[in-house]
Design a protein around this ligand. Structure first.
Ligand code: ATP
Length: 360
């Protein structure tokens, strides 16, 4: 059964459509990420689900009940915001118990639940500490424990990790994901970090200017983005303009590419781009016998971070990024002439970027 349903949700602030006719179903027990650049409407959409914002039009239904006009405190959702909003004058245990106190849960049941949650977040020895005496990651865990204390059916996380340094952030991503899976709690998370969304989400909702650009499993979106905006936002991509002549795809320097070409390309090649992900570009020494779709180029930059290598290759008329490993390409260096091969199966044709409306 689908638990949360958004139907044609629109939110207008004067002339700005922060959210523009969004339809979405969030399945039970899944973690869904709202992902998109700053100002695309993620937070507004989340606030509408939370009940902190009323939509201009459209409806929010949860477990079959229309919640559109129900205030936030009556929705019984757990929430964690960027600021965490923990109470600094309270201990860890008091913070976690707070929603239970609000609901007038009996004291012994409160204590039992707090103990259980402290075990779950692996901070049983910190119950009596003030939250100001915790590290960023520990505070994060307390905020999550508080949000799930009263066993909400929906957990809303609005950029909950953005204040943490990169390493802790990555660790917390895994921790939250494992906890979410263990509890089976339906969760919606807002992030502008595509790596975070790929790590944590069952489904990603990519947003652009108030609208949903694509919804899908992380790898499906990565492999099959619907357009240039999504391809560019999810992962690194080489996105090239193409020409189309007599059944052949041409690259900006005039090189032709062998690949599967759907009929629609012939009608509007200007609206189509070629996408190839960096890890699909094969880099070989220029002296090797050229295979299919082999392009001559020269390495102009190498980002070698030990485990992986990213090479920028200047070809005739365009630049490619290739991702490789020290094992595959140990000797790649700036100035080196190379053959960059674009395997036909890895070349995708996608719709060029369009600008959706923001006002009506
Ligand atoms: P960020 O990642 O920067 O937080 P976001 O994707 O969460 O961005 P929103 O905060 O939802 O985006 O904002 C969407 C649009 O609505 C923006 O153009 C923003 O300026 C506008 N907006 C949001 N809240 C208000 C408000 N209270 N009054 C007027 N405009 C608003």
């Amino acid at each position: 059964m689908t638990h949360l349903t958004l139907q044609s949700i629109t939110k207008r602030f004067n002339a700005t459509y922060a959210v523009d006719h969004v339809d979405l179903s969030v399945p039970d027990g899944k973690l869904v990420c709202f992902l998109g650049p700053s100002g695309c409407g993620k937070t507004t959409l989340m606030r509408i689900i939370a009940g902190l914002e009323t939509p201009t039009s459209g409806s929010v239904t949860f477990a079959g009940r229309d919640l559109t006009q129900v205030p936030a405190n009556r929705r019984d959702f757990g929430m964690v915001f960027q600021s965490l909003a923990l109470f600094p004058h309270m201990t860890v245990a008091e913070n976690i118990a707070y929603p239970l106190r609000l609901r007038r849960v009996e004291r012994s049941a409160q204590a039992k639940r707090v103990t259980e949650l402290l075990e779950m977040i692996q901070l049983p020895h910190m119950a009596e500490r003030k939250v100001t005496q915790l590290s960023g990651g520990q505070r994060q865990r307390v905020a999550i424990a508080r949000a799930i204390a009263s066993s909400p059916k929906l957990l809303l996380l609005d950029e909950p990790l953005s204040a943490l340094d990169a390493k802790l952030r990555e660790a917390m991503q895994v921790e939250i994901r494992l906890l979410q899976q263990r509890l089976g709690i339906t969760t919606i998370m807002v992030t502008h970090d595509q790596r975070e969304a790929m790590t944590m989400a069952d489904e990603i909702v990519v947003m652009e200017k108030g609208r949903i650009a694509q919804v899908g499993k992380p790898l499906d979106i990565y492999r099959d983005p619907v357009n240039e905006f999504v391809a560019d936002f999810i992962g690194l991509g080489n996105i090239l303009p193409i020409t189309f002549n007599d059944g052949t795809i041409g690259l900006p320097g005039g090189q032709s590419i062998v690949m599967n070409v759907p009929a629609r390309v012939a009608d509007a090649p200007d609206d189509i781009r070629l996408l190839i992900r960096p890890e699909d570009v094969c880099v070989r020494p220029a002296s090797t016998k050229p295979g299919q779709n082999a392009l001559h180029g020269k390495v102009t930059f190498v980002r070698d971070v030990g485990a992986s290598i990213e090479a920028t290759i200047e070809c005739d008329g365009f630049t490619l990024t290739a991702a490789t490993t020290p094992r595959e390409t140990p000797d790649v260096r700036v100035g080196m002439p190379v053959l960059a091969e674009l395997p036909a199966h890895a070349c995708k044709l996608i719709a060029a970027r369009t600008t959706p409306r923001t006002t009506h």
